[in-house]
Design a protein around this ligand. Structure first.
Ligand code: ADP
Ligand code: MG
Length: 271
């Protein structure tokens, strides 16, 4: 996809079904950087991913997101993908009747990349091998009968083939055993490079033992309440998230319009 670009999210606010979830998220993922976004369940991590993806149920109520000089929210989801935004979802969907190879080939074509079949096949098989996978997967229907680990491998396979400039991976590690986490992480690490910016969203620190992030952010109640490096991962591994709720609170409360009452009521939501 050519040169890298930055994803710049500024004071992003978003709601789901009239409920304000993102309350001012500011985050810049530069080219070549790997950022980890952590946080307790229900803090808004998936909402951020879905909002960037342009999911119709998520409404942007304030702030901006830019990719290079392009306004993300002015683009259709399709245009976002063509601009180089890739999202790996927490729950990849099944597409019966469409093979993995066909799906990726169509996605490339939609982005204006017309690879001759022989080249396409060669690249696809290379990436499949990188993920320590059987090449027959290319002929299987997308995600149909795939195990959790295979679904996540498949997301990384798509990412490797589409060569995005910004990749947002929502809980790619959830439900995976350690071996699958290693394989998926190796795949991501192989794709790291100066032209790719990555946002790894995860509740657990486990995957971050294999994917070393350059920057770490902690989200809580729809805001990033801590940013730093590796030490944040270590603290979460050691202490969990309770300290965020105590220490992060002062910061969050200072910005909240309606936050305190809600937080005091312990509303941290579902996943
Ligand atoms: P995380 O990914 O950090 O666990 P989410 O973004 O999934 O958090 O959820 C944040 C809050 O938004 C939760 O209170 C959740 O119930 C709510 N939420 C997220 N998506 C939806 C949806 N599609 N419909 C209704 N509520 C939602
Ligand atoms: Mg989530």
């Amino acid at each position: 996809m050519g040169e890298g670009i930055a994803l710049e999210i500024t004071d992003l606010q978003a709601s789901v079904e009239g409920k304000q979830i993102l309350r001012g998220v500011t985050l810049r993922v530069g080219p070549g950087e790997v950022h980890a976004l952590m946080g307790p369940n229900g803090s808004g991590k998936s909402t951020l991913a879905n909002t960037l993806a342009g999911h119709p149920r998520y409404e942007v109520t304030g702030g901006t997101a830019r990719m290079g000089d392009q306004d993300v929210f002015a683009m259709s989801p399709d245009e976002r993908a063509r601009a180089g935004l890739f999202l790996a979802f927490q729950y990849p969907i099944e597409v019966p009747g469409v093979t993995v190879a066909n799906f990726i080939h169509s996605a490339l074509k939609a982005r204006g990349v017309a690879l001759p079949f022989v080249q396409f096949r060669k690249r696809l098989l290379e990436k499949i091998a990188l993920l320590e996978w059987d090449e027959n997967v290319a002929k299987r229907y997308l995600n149909e009968g795939f195990s959790g680990g295979e679904r996540k491998r498949n997301e990384i396979l798509q990412m490797g083939m589409l060569e995005p400039r910004i990749a947002v991976m929502d809980e790619t590690d959830s439900g995976l055993d350690v071996d699958s986490i290693k394989v998926v992480s190796n795949g991501v690490n192989a794709l790291r490079g100066p032209n790719l910016g990555v946002l790894v969203i995860t509740h657990y620190e486990r995957i971050l033992r294999y994917i070393q992030p350059d920057f770490v952010h902690v989200m809580w109640q729809g805001r990033i309440v801590f940013s730093g490096g590796r030490e944040l991962v270590d603290r979460i591994e050691k202490d969990g998230y309770d300290w965020i709720k105590a220490e992060g609170w002062a910061d969050a409360a200072a910005h909240a319009a309606s936050g305190p009452a809600e937080a005091a009521a312990g509303k941290t939501g579902g996943r």
